[in-house]
Design a protein around this ligand. Structure first.
Ligand code: HEC
Length: 396
């Protein structure tokens, strides 16, 4: 596909993805919150769970959660499922557009493993399909009736997968595939458990029969899983802006810390209405997770040591000409790009100097650049750049 066409598609699909994601997760957070603020006072229906009042956009809303007497299904009745589907479909489309097409350039990092584009894509697809099958079977198996054990096994498998992906794919591709898998699990839960349970509830109400409790229990469990996956998934969605996380040699551990800490923060937000002290505990866990991740990020293991000794700028510029400007110039020669990525042009000394800090991060510390090392930069060249930066990035 033409690069400009891909870029426009990328923009439109990403825009859709973010809007649908905000609507889906926003609703999910709102309903979770609503469930916790309902009170039994002044309810109207015999099978009521409780009600509450909301103030928004200049008026009052009365909301009551209830089961209904037989035979009566109100109309119109609003379901919430297409926000989820739109988010997932646009997310998978983005995965294909950004990661699988264009020779899977973002998926391969020769520092991590020298694999072919075909293998990289196969690993990605297998992660999503296999991940759902393993998760679903685990929770359908007898183990699934013991949620604490099944949760521990699920977490161990997820950490194992995160570690494994980080050994074959580039850091950012490993991250995005863990996120895409969590999004796929959430979508499977919505369409294969939660929506059927709601269909059952509507049918049972219409027929005047009780809803099959097994159906609603399973749906409830899957809905709780989704609740805990929201914060980790949102971190992973934005993670590609933070090479300090995904491009570290300990990237799998950083992701694990952030996933566990953010799920615990979600737990604190769930519990804060029922038990005192949860809110401060939540903040504490969040801070602890952030501090731990920061400590790990601050140690990019692969960092190139800056040997001492002078380096001439001419030498630095020669390296950048050879290794960077194929992409980072006004008219890139690398067929992947028709415009300089991130608008970053490294053809003049002033531009190179102005971006010294970012170059340090990308080239010396996390080594995310050159992208997939497509231009074959050597460690010696990185050391020269490191030395130049350590000397204060002089222009002579
Ligand atoms: C094969 C193409 C390619 C090559 C070669 C390449 N880059 Fe990049 N560079 C990219 C892409 C793509 C991005 C944007 C990555 C993203 O979206 O996260 C990027 C981003 C960057 C950024 C981050 C810019 C920002 O705003 O945060 C820096 C700095 C950078 N590159 C420096 C370099 C340097 C220095 C070299 C040479 C040693 C280099 N790049 C070689 C493709 C390339």
């Amino acid at each position: 596909m033409d690069t400009p066409v891909r870029e426009i598609l990328d923009l439109l699909v990403r825009w859709t993805h973010v809007i649908a994601g905000i609507m889906w997760i926003g609703n999910s957070l709102l309903f979770n919150w609503l469930d916790r603020v309902l009170t039994k006072e002044d309810t109207r229906y015999p099978q009521s769970f409780g009600k509450t009042w909301l103030l928004h956009s200049g008026a009052f809303y009365e909301v009551e959660k209830t089961l209904l007497p037989p035979g009566k299904v109100p109309s119109p009745l609003h379901w919430f499922m297409f926000q989820n589907l739109t988010t997932w479909v646009s997310g998978v489309s983005l995965l294909i557009l950004v990661y699988y097409m264009g020779g899977a350039a973002y998926m391969i990092d020769p520092q991590v493993a020298r694999i072919s584009p075909g293998v990289a894509v196969a690993v990605g697809v297998a992660t999503l399909v296999g991940g759902w099958l393993v998760y679903d079977l685990l929770w359908r198996s007898p183990l699934g009736r013991r949620p604490p054990v099944a949760s521990a096994v699920s977490l161990a498998l997820l950490v194992g997968l995160t570690y494994g992906l980080a050994q074959v794919l580039s850091g950012r591709a490993a991250y995005i595939h863990v996120g895409a898998l969590l999004g796929t699990l959430m979508t499977g839960n919505v369409w294969l458990y939660i929506v059927p349970s709601q269909r059952g509830l509507v049918a049972a109400t219409r027929a005047g029969q009780p809803q099959d409790p097994a159906l609603s229990q399973r749906a409830k469990l899957r809905s709780i899983h989704n609740n805990y996956m929201t914060f980790p998934v949102i971190f992973i969605m934005i993670s590609n802006h933070y090479p300090g996380t995904y491009a570290s040699q300990l990237n799998w551990l950083i992701l694990t810390v952030l996933m566990v800490a953010s799920a615990l923060v979600r737990h604190g937000m769930n519990m804060r209405f029922t038990r005192r002290g949860w809110l401060p505990a939540t903040f504490a866990v969040g801070l602890l997770g952030a501090a731990l991740a920061w400590a790990l990020m601050a140690r990019p293991w692969g960092a190139t040591a800056a040997a001492v000794g002078p380096v001439s700028f001419a030498e630095v510029q020669r390296i950048i000409d050879r290794r960077c400007v194929a992409c980072h110039s006004a008219q890139p020669t690398d067929p992947l790009f028709t415009a300089p990525p991130r608008g970053l042009v490294l053809t003049s000394p002033e531009q190179i100097k102005a971006y010294a800090d970012k170059i340090k991060l990308q080239v010396v510390e996390v080594k995310a650049m050159p992208l997939g090392n497509r231009t074959g930069m050597t460690d010696d060249e990185r050391a020269v750049i490191a030395r130049w930066l350590a000397a204060g990035a002089p222009l002579e």
